[in-house]
Write a protein that binds this ligand. Structure first.
Ligand SMILES: CC(C)(COP(=O)(O)OP(=O)(O)OC[C@H]1O[C@@H](n2cnc3c(N)ncnc32)[C@H](O)[C@@H]1OP(=O)(O)O)[C@@H](O)C(=O)NCCC(=O)NCCS
Length: 196
C-alpha cells in the first residue's frame, strides 16, 4: 500500500516505501539542492527512466547524477555540479524531482530534469520548469533553452511533445560533441521558450 497526497488539485499515489506521507497542508517546494540531498537526487535520477529505453537517445553513462560517490566528488558548494546549478522539488520532506540549469549569457539553459517514474504525470516536472522560467524572468533572461535528442532512426526522445506542451519550440537540430557520444546519426533537437 502506498500513500495518497495532494499536489494542487491532483491526487498522487506513491508506491515507494520512502514516498511522501499524507499531510494536511502539502505543498511542492522547489529549492536549491543541498549536499545532504545527494542520495535522494541520485535515486530520483536513476528512477526516472528505464535505461533500456534511453539507448540511442542519451549518453549519460558517465553522468555524476547516476552515482552517489561521483556526485559527492563533483559537488561544489552550495549547489553546483560541473558548472550546472542543481535545484530540487521537495514534497513533505522528500525530494521528488530534480532539475539542473546553466547560465548562458542572455539565456538560461535547462540541462536536465528528472521525476521518478512512479510520480510522473502529476505536475512535478511542470512545477520545476515553471520555477526555472520564473527565475530566468527575474534575472532578465531572454529565453529558457534546452536540448533533447533524436536517435539515428529519426525518432525523437519521448519528452518532445511534453516540451511543446509547456510552450517550447524547436529552433534547429544539430550534431555536436554530446550527440557524437550517443552514436553516429544521433542529433540534438534544440528548443527555446522566449520570455520577453
Ligand atoms: C519529462 C518529465 C521530467 C516530466 O515530468 P512530469 O512530472 O511527469 O510532468 P508533469 O506531470 O508536470 O506533466 C503534466 C503535464 O504535461 C502534459 N503531458 C504529459 N505528457 C505529455 C505528452 N506526452 N505530450 C504532451 N503533453 C503531455 C499533461 O497533460 C500535463 O499538462 P497540464 O499540466 O496542462 O495538465 C518526466 O517524465 C521525466 O523525468 N522523464 C524522464 C527523464 C526525461 O525524459 N527528462 C527530459 C529530458 S529532455
Amino acid at each position: 500500500m502506498g500513500h495518497l497526497f495532494d499536489l494542487g488539485s491532483r491526487k498522487l499515489h506513491a508506491s515507494r516505501p520512502n514516498a511522501p506521507k499524507v499531510s494536511a497542508a502539502l505543498k511542492l517546494h522547489v529549492r536549491a539542492a543541498r549536499r545532504q540531498d545527494i542520495e535522494a537526487i541520485v535515486r530520483v535520477s536513476k528512477s526516472s527512466l528505464d535505461p533500456a529505453e534511453e539507448v540511442g537517445f542519451g549518453a549519460t553513462g558517465d553522468s555524476p547524477f547516476a552515482d552517489v560517490r561521483r556526485l559527492t566528488a563533483a559537488w561544489e558548494e552550495p549547489n553546483r555540479v560541473r558548472g550546472e546549478e542543481v535545484l530540487v522539488a521537495e514534497l513533505d520532506g522528500h525530494v521528488v524531482g530534480c532539475v539542473t540549469v546553466e547560465e548562458r549569457g542572455r539565456e538560461l539553459e535547462l540541462i536536465n530534469i528528472n521525476v521518478p517514474m512512479d510520480l510522473q504525470g502529476r505536475g512535478i516536472g511542470t512545477a520545476l520548469v515553471r520555477f526555472v522560467e520564473g527565475r530566468a524572468r527575474r534575472e532578465g533572461k531572454a529565453a529558457v533553452t534546452l536540448g533533447t535528442s533524436r536517435n539515428a532512426a529519426g525518432v525523437a526522445w519521448k519528452s518532445l511533445p511534453w516540451w511543446r506542451h509547456l510552450g517550447y519550440r524547436i529552433t534547429h537540430e544539430e550534431e555536436n560533441e554530446w550527440t557524437r557520444r550517443i552514436g553516429p546519426g544521433a542529433r540534438e533537437i534544440r528548443m527555446r521558450k522566449d520570455l520577453l
